[in-house]
Ligand binder design. Structure first.
Ligand SMILES: Cc1cc2nc3c(=O)[nH]c(=O)nc-3n(C[C@H](O)[C@H](O)[C@H](O)COP(=O)(O)O)c2cc1C
Length: 237
């Protein structure tokens, strides 16, 4: 049992007010109790064609760690999320493969400068292609502080995407293999996102060096949901 004073202490350490943080505790949150029903944000429809061939995006992808002082558009943010975990079939299947189609991944958008979006943390809803706000305020400085190795450059990015995984969703079928499967799935989703960034003329980096527990607290992740990858994205400087 968690002692209440500890919970109170953790809440007090949050750098911004959490909105409905517990509403997402349900493992299959996609069924869609929005974390903050007052502020669901519909994303512009994702594009399924673009100007850059896949081969060119593969050729051009590089880790980008310096960003121009320019916001993302809401359409760009939505397209990046869709590339990583967008729903592409009526039965719920997505842009990235998932072992047993159990879909253990979740995405959060950490929005610092996204047009049409108040700064904050948003959970992506693949079924609706929408965002549900989890926390208000700009957490980028706090986020950079939980990265290992003094990665202050992270806070320059107008937005970051966090890929997290809920091993319990896969463990019922896959037992000990589930942990490996979820990490593999996170890699696939992240690469989709990185290539989509290139195709949009944006830059991004796959960041894995962070304090997992601190990042989970910062994003108000439900227990059992583990942050696996952090992807800052913006216009390359
Ligand atoms: C699992 C993983 C974790 C990584 N973590 C970090 C990181 O914490 N910080 C960072 O700046 N780059 C990180 N990188 C990016 C690598 O440094 C980068 O991919 C590598 O230097 C090759 O450069 P390229 O991506 O431009 O091809 C990570 C890459 C992977 C695949």
């Amino acid at each position: 049992m968690v002692a209440l004073p500890l919970v109170a202490l953790l809440m007090a350490l949050q750098p911004w007010p959490a909105a409905g943080a517990d509403a997402d505790a349900d493992a299959d949150a996609d069924a869609d109790a929005d974390a903050d029903a007052a502020s669901p944000v519909a994303l512009p429809p994702a594009q399924t064609s673009g100007r850059m061939p896949l081969e060119a995006a593969l050729q051009q992808r590089r880790s980008v760690r310096a960003f121009a002082d320019a916001p993302l558009t809401l359409a760009q943010a939505g397209q990046l999320l869709w590339a990583a975990q967008g729903q592409t079939a009526a039965d719920g299947r997505r842009t990235a493969p998932s072992a047993g189609a159990l879909r253990p991944l979740e995405l959060h958008l950490v929005a610092g400068a996204v047009q049409g979006l108040a700064p904050g943390v948003y959970r992506y809803r693949p079924t609706r292609h929408a965002l549900a706000r989890v926390a208000a305020g700009d957490p980028r400085a706090a986020l950079a502080a939980v990265a290992h190795g003094g990665q202050q450059w992270l806070q320059q990015a107008p937005a970051l995407v966090v890929v997290s995984g809920v091993v319990a969703r896969s463990a019922g079928r896959y037992g000990e293999r589930a942990e490996r499967f979820v990490v593999l799935e996170a890699g696939a989703a992240t690469q989709n996102l990185l290539l989509q960034a290139v195709a949009l003329g944006l830059g991004a980096t796959f960041v894995g060096a962070f304090d997992e527990a601190a990042l989970a607290r910062l994003l108000v992740l439900p227990s059992g949901e583990r942050p696996l990858a952090l992807v800052p994205v913006g216009r390359p400087r």
